[in-house]
Design a protein around this ligand. Structure first.
Ligand SMILES: *[C@@H]1O[C@H](CO)[C@@H](O)[C@H](O)[C@H]1NC(C)=O
Ligand SMILES: *[C@@H]1O[C@H](CO)[C@@H](O)[C@H](O)[C@H]1NC(C)=O
Ligand SMILES: *[C@@H]1O[C@H](CO)[C@@H](O)[C@H](O)[C@H]1NC(C)=O
Ligand SMILES: *[C@@H]1O[C@H](CO)[C@@H](O)[C@H](O)[C@H]1NC(C)=O
Length: 373
């Protein structure tokens, strides 16, 4: 049995990762309320002009400030993980974050797309490594293999000036761009035949945390580049603006069934039926009017429902996730291995996972533990 203090301590320990990768209701497990959609096709927010009511501070709002430099997210002391989240979801689209990453050993700046069933697409910047950015993804909260991350070396600093980090996300592929150059593409089929492919409506979460906090697990601290010295801080990440194109605008998105497949998402109040204001008609995601999706209209249901073949399900070696030819980095010098964290809690076998998702697993442990309180 765990004491309430122990639970609180665990929450404190992993609260940072948890701050960005939580879900309030997982539609692959139960029926959830519809997601509020972004009903316009394009959306921009300029944080150099101040805060926006379209975004919610979900953690440490007192460490978020707005000025002509943009939204400033600051880690000053243990436990700081200021984060904002869009109040709306988008369903495939392009997301450009114009931002300056924070310096500081062990400091992690992040821009994350996260869905209700824990599909995730990430940018992460390690404070001690100014000339690189990490990319990562997860499908349906699957953290059983930890080689999905890729570090992209860059020729100049991510901390000196604001740069443009764009994710173009379609049912066919995800491409990460830095200042207009594609640095990585992940094809649907290369994410375990689509099973691990992020494909459900996402919010955008921007924030910073100290992976190098001395209370973090050893693996997290190593991944984050070492122990954070708060005396050298405060450490601040600045987001100037976010520009979004929502390829499937809608007033709401609803999961039909528990598959978590993008084809199961119903779009209400989409542009094409907005003339009938009270329409509850749903538009299939396949009828998207998105240029992007149309452009790649060889992408269709048939393509996407191709039987999943060649998947080695038995491997637990951590190498089964193949970095296939289409999941390539434009930079050949990309560092090979992804960050991984080894976490030892209770009597469970050591679990290696992405730090940003470590929280999810811990929550499972917590929920199990809490039933004994
Ligand atoms: C904003 O975040 C808080 C947690 O800090 C949460 O309780 C609240 O429901 C969120 N509001 C919206 C509109 O998402
Ligand atoms: C950011 O990059 C994207 C894609 O490369 C581009 O379409 C967009 O115009 C850029 N945004 C800014 C503000 O430069
Ligand atoms: C999770 O991903 C791994 C490899 O990427 C795969 O072997 C496993 O079957 C997946 N689990 C589920 C439940 O999809
Ligand atoms: C990885 O993919 C490449 C190219 O598709 C293939 O040649 C190689 O055998 C694969 N490796 C593993 C471990 O599956």
């Amino acid at each position: 049995m765990m004491s309430k203090t122990a639970v609180a301590a665990l929450l404190g320990l992993f609260g940072t990762a948890f701050a960005q990768t939580y879900t309030n209701c997982n539609p692959t497990e139960k029926t959830c309320p519809p997601d509020k959609g972004l009903s316009s096709r394009t959306y921009s927010v300029d944080f150099t002009k101040g805060a926006s009511s379209d975004w919610n501070a979900t953690s440490c709002s007192d460490r978020i400030a707005y000025s002509s430099a943009g939204a400033a997210f600051t880690v000053k002391e243990h436990g700081d993980s200021p984060t904002i989240e869009s109040k709306f979801y988008i369903f495939f689209g392009s997301i450009s974050v114009i931002m300056k990453a924070a310096p500081g050993t062990g400091i992690v700046s992040s821009a994350v797309l996260e869905s209700d069933d824990l599909d995730e697409v990430d940018w992460e910047w390690i404070g001690g490594s100014a000339n690189e950015v990490q990319t990562n993804y997860f499908g349906k909260g699957n953290t059983t293999v930890y080689n999905r991350g890729k570090t992209i070396p860059l020729d100049s600093s991510t901390q000196a000036t604001a740069r443009n980090y764009t994710i173009d996300w379609t049912p066919k592929a995800i491409t990460w761009y830095v200042d207009g150059s594609a640095v990585r593409t992940l094809a649907y089929a290369d994410a375990l035949g689509g099973q691990n492919y992020p494909q459900t409506p996402m919010t955008i979460r921007l924030g910073i945390w100290a992976g190098g906090d001395s209370s973090e697990p050893k693996g997290t601290i190593e991944w984050a580049g070492g122990v954070t010295d708060y005396g050298a801080g405060p450490f601040t990440m600045y987001v100037e603006r976010v520009d979004i194109t929502n390829y499937n605008p809608g007033s709401s998105y609803t999961y039909s069934g528990t598959s978590g497949d993008w084809t199961s998402i119903k779009i209400d109040g989409s542009a094409s039926d907005s003339s009938s204001s009270s329409s509850s008609a749903s538009v299939s995601a396949t009828s998207t009017t998105s240029t992007q999706a149309t452009k790649s209209s060889s992408m269709n249901n048939k393509d996407l429902s191709t039987p999943k073949v060649g998947v080695s399900t038995g491997s637990t070696s951590g190498t089964s996730g193949n970095s296939s030819s289409t999941d390539s980095s434009a930079t050949s010098s990309t560092k090979g291995s992804s960050p991984s964290t080894t976490i030892h809690v209770t009597n469970a076998a050591p679990v290696s996972m992405s730090p940003i998702n470590a929280g999810l697993w811990v929550i499972g442990v917590l929920l199990a533990s809490m039933s004994y309180l």
